[in-house]
Design a protein around this ligand. Structure first.
Ligand code: ADP
Length: 662
């Protein structure tokens, strides 16, 4: 079966709608000439010299013309019918009858063309259902046209009433056969290049098939004259052979050959049965061939689609990064893609293929489909965490499982690294909070304790004269002074302890640093429905800074920005982290489209315990500023001009400078 011509025409050829210009007129002229010539050639055994003949290939041409160029060419086809009546049959009735008959024929076939175009012409000869619809539509239309034509001539007195039935049958079978043998073939003309190619490649076979058709025709008409009707059926054999080989095009070509042979034989054989009798027999042959051809074409198309899909799937499996296995319910591995061999090692050996249990010991295929994270085992015994998805195939003859395995060890390592990093960050954050608290407490308590010490020392001096009477008062005051001094000392040491967390400087490339850091924020951003644009130029000079402390600062600023934009409508939740550099340092700006800093907060923004949030501690900005100052940098605020929200500016010196006291 040839795939190339059994698979049928494209839609392209059926959308042409030429305008009535020079080209259109030439086309109409060519059509008219061809139509009249075909009508003249097939003007055989007419009823009373009317256009009622048993084979009308010209009708097949008319329908193909209307299908390709559109029903709006119906007037040209009506003109063709009229011209044929006048030129070939010598005006067999009055002009009015002829014009009405031509119009009826043109209208009938224009309506049929409209319907077939709506159904999609190529599809009609590509499937059995389509071919059946085509046959029914053609049968009904030809019957209507034949009846109208015959009745018109009868009404005009050009045809006796008793000839009406026979005439309708003759006209109907003529048009029906003419359309079925001719129209599908004409629709394939646009694919002549393909057909020529097939003809060239399979010339021997085609010649043999043609010879078989010719030989059968000769057997019927040459060997057994006057017994044609009885011997007609052997013709099915070569026609079916050709049809099975070539699909619809083969069916149409072989039946056309039979049709032409039949006409020639009937013309040249004086005792042959009337053509109309043979035409009814031929109609069964044509219908059988057309429907069989549609089945063959449909199957060829389906096979082509399956082959295409198989090829796609082969490439998909070969290039899939995950291991894909098909596994028999008993656990035997039936097939594996290259990634599976790469992941587990060779899965088949001379002693047979391995079972699923040997590579995924804990797997249980107890459901139709599922997912699991299990331990995978390579051929060398090494194990790795694997994500598995499986599903049972639903093909009627195959109940294997399709199992997809992904090695997630790298992902898990990355997740672990991320988790460790987050833990380190939160440890550092807690330490920074404690430091800020200690610093704030020391600051707040320092003055009262200093005053207390002064008062106690003054009290000691005042109590000195009484010492001769009672030593205890001065002793107690002395102890109180000592304890107050000790308390102030503890506070100072506490503050120094937290502040003294050594700065671990390292060289940082800010764009890489920010890319890694912001990746950890993606989930939070997604939850908040906010968009973060990171714009850190690659050319930014490297800095020397404490990465953990810088991360704490940016973490605070981004967290605040997300909180701020979350109060805005979803479409205006934008945050921009940008970088730049100037003399002596680089700057990072965190701008957001939030409401900006509240007036009551703005004045003491960087002071500890200043917050507008219900669950806020008001330490984030204070900590960030003191961490940056500890590295010789600075944190400042300005309203964002671009986004209307807040803009925090982080300045970091290129070269470390002695820390400024926070
Ligand atoms: P907290 O977040 O615990 O309140 P912070 O020191 O980080 O502590 O912030 C202090 C206050 O500054 C916040 O409560 C908020 O009112 C204000 N603030 C900080 N960043 C922004 C911002 N991007 N937009 C609006 N207000 C902000």
């Amino acid at each position: 079966m040839s795939q190339s011509i059994a698979t049928v025409a494209s839609e392209r050829g059926f959308a042409r709608q030429p305008r009535i210009d020079g080209r259109g007129l030439a086309l109409a002229g060519a059509y008219l000439v061809l139509y009249v010539v075909l009508d003249w050639l097939s003007f055989i055994q007419p009823v009373l010299k009317l256009g009622i003949t048993p084979w009308n290939p010209n009708t097949g041409l008319m329908l193909a013309f209307l299908l390709v160029y559109g029903p709006r060419w119906a007037p040209v086809t009506a003109l063709g019918v009229l011209a044929a009546e006048v030129l070939i049959r010598g005006t067999p009735a009055g002009w009015l009858v002829l014009i009405c008959a031509s119009a009826a024929i043109a209208c009938g076939y224009a309506a049929l063309a409209t319907l077939l175009r709506r159904w999609g012409v190529p599809k009609l000869i590509e499937s059995t259902a389509g071919a059946a619809r085509l046959v029914v539509a053609v049968a009904v239309t030809t019957l209507v046209v034949a009846t109208s034509y015959v009745l018109l001539f009868m009404a005009a007195g050009a045809l006796p009433v008793e000839a009406v039935g026979g005439s309708i049958a003759r006209y109907w079978v003529g048009d029906f056969n003419g359309i079925l043998t001719f129209t599908p073939l004409l629709l394939l003309v646009g694919r002549w290049r393909e057909l020529r190619q097939v003809l060239r490649n399979r010339l021997g076979l085609i010649a043999l098939q043609f010879a078989a058709v010719a030989l059968t025709m000769w057997l019927i008409f040459g060997l057994a004259p006057n017994d044609e009707l009885r011997l007609f059926y052997p013709l099915f054999l070569p026609v079916i052979w050709v049809t099975l080989q070539w699909g619809v095009p083969g069916a149409m070509l072989s039946t056309l050959a039979v049709q032409i042979g039949l006409v020639i034989a009937v013309q040249n054989q004086p005792g042959a049965p009337p053509l109309v009798d043979l035409q009814f027999l031929l109609l069964t042959l044509i219908l059988t061939a057309l429907l069989l051809g549609a089945v063959v074409t449909e199957r060829a198309n389906a096979l082509e689609r399956v082959a295409m899909r198989e090829a796609e799937q082969r490439v998909l499996l070969a290039t899939a990064p995950d291991a894909v296995l098909t596994v028999h319910p008993s656990g035997e591995i039936r097939s594996a893609n290259p990634a599976a061999h790469g992941l587990f090692g060779p899965l088949a050996s001379a002693t047979g293929s391995r079972t699923l249990r040997t590579i995924l010991p804990a797997i249980r295929l107890d459901r139709e489909s599922g997912r699991a994270t299990l331990e995978g085992r390579r051929c060398d015994g090494a194990t790795f965490p694997a994500e598995i998805a499986w599903a049972r195939l639903t093909a009627p003859t195959n109940d294997d499982y399709l199992v997809i395995v992904r090695d997630v060890s790298q992902r898990q390592r990355a997740e672990n690294r991320l988790r460790e990093r987050e833990m380190a960050l939160s440890r550092a954050m807690r330490f920074a909070v404690a430091g800020e608290l200690a610093s704030a407490l020391a600051h707040e308590l320092n003055q009262p304790i200093t005053a207390l010490v002064s008062y106690l020392q003054a009290a000691e001096i005042l109590a000195a004269p009484l010492a001769s009477q009672d030593q205890r008062l001065q002793g107690t005051l002395g102890k109180a002074t000592h304890e107050a001094i000790r308390a102030s000392e503890v506070l100072r040491r506490l503050r120094d302890f937290y502040r003294g967390g050594a700065v671990k400087r390292e060289r940082l490339e800010l764009n890489l640093f920010c890319a890694t850091f912001t990746a950890t924020f993606q989930e939070r951003l997604r939850r908040a429905g906010a968009e973060l644009l990171v714009d850190i130029p690659e050319a930014l000079p490297r800095i020397e800074a404490d990465a953990t402390q810088l991360e704490i600062v940016l973490h605070n600023l981004l967290s605040n920005a997300i909180d701020a934009v979350s109060q805005q409508p979803p479409a205006s939740r934008h945050i921009v982290l940008s970088g730049g550099h100037g003399a002596g340092g680089v700057t990072l700006r965190v701008e957001d489209s939030g409401p900006g800093i509240a007036a009551d907060v703005a004045a003491k923004l960087f002071e500890p315990f200043v917050t507008s949030k219900v669950d806020g501690m008001g330490l984030g900005l204070a900590i960030s500023r003191s961490l940056l100052r500890g590295q010789g940098g600075e944190l400042s605020y300005e309203p964002s001009v671009a986004s209307g929200g807040a803009c925090f500016i982080v300045r970091i010196p290129l070269h470390p400078v002695p820390a400024t006291d926070a």
